[in-house]
Design a protein around this ligand. Structure first.
Ligand SMILES: [Zn+2]
Length: 156
């Protein structure tokens, strides 16, 4: 693992190394509602804390800042911005991929959070931090009520 020394927070940091990408979204009550709205209505729901003016994506039931119960649901956009990304050169079983897969953290518009997902429709040489993307959902008949109902994010 190597870091470039950089004390300017506005400058990008580059990090070469391995990134753990086994993210598990535990559904829970907030997740159930989120995935149901995504599957059935193609809507991205977030929860909003009035006192902190913070909008959670993925939605949470409790504010992690002030600990109040969150029952205000708001509709977020299905668009966002690439905040950071990583290239996956191997699949889950460690087999080398023909083309690297781009896995990105996408800040979702109208929220203060984001989603980690695969990018499509852009190759690893033209992907940029700050790039605007939109969610591409699977065909309705193929949705299962999980994060993979989003097929990928593509340039908007
Ligand atoms: Zn709060």
């Amino acid at each position: 693992m190597s870091f470039d020394k950089n004390t300017n927070p506005l400058k990008l940091h580059h990090l070469v190394g391995d990134m753990e990408a086994d993210y598990i979204y535990t559904p829970g009550v907030a997740g159930d509602k989120f995935f149901k709205a995504l599957r059935d209505d193609e809507k991205f729901l977030a929860t909003h804390c009035e006192s902190c003016n913070h909008t959670y994506m993925p939605p949470r039931m409790y504010c992690e800042r002030c600990f109040s119960k969150l029952d205000k649901w708001v509709e977020a956009e299905s668009t966002g911005v690439v905040d950071t990304y990583s290239l996956a050169h191997e699949d889950r079983d460690g087999e080398k991929l023909a083309e690297p897969v781009i896995v990105a953290f996408i800040r979702i518009d109208k929220t203060d959070g984001g989603i980690i997902h695969q990018l499509g429709g852009v190759d690893h040489e033209s992907v940029k931090i700050g790039m605007k993307v939109k969610a591409v959902l699977k065909d309705k008949s193929k949705r299962t009520g999980g994060l993979n109902d989003i097929d990928h994010f593509a340039p908007a």
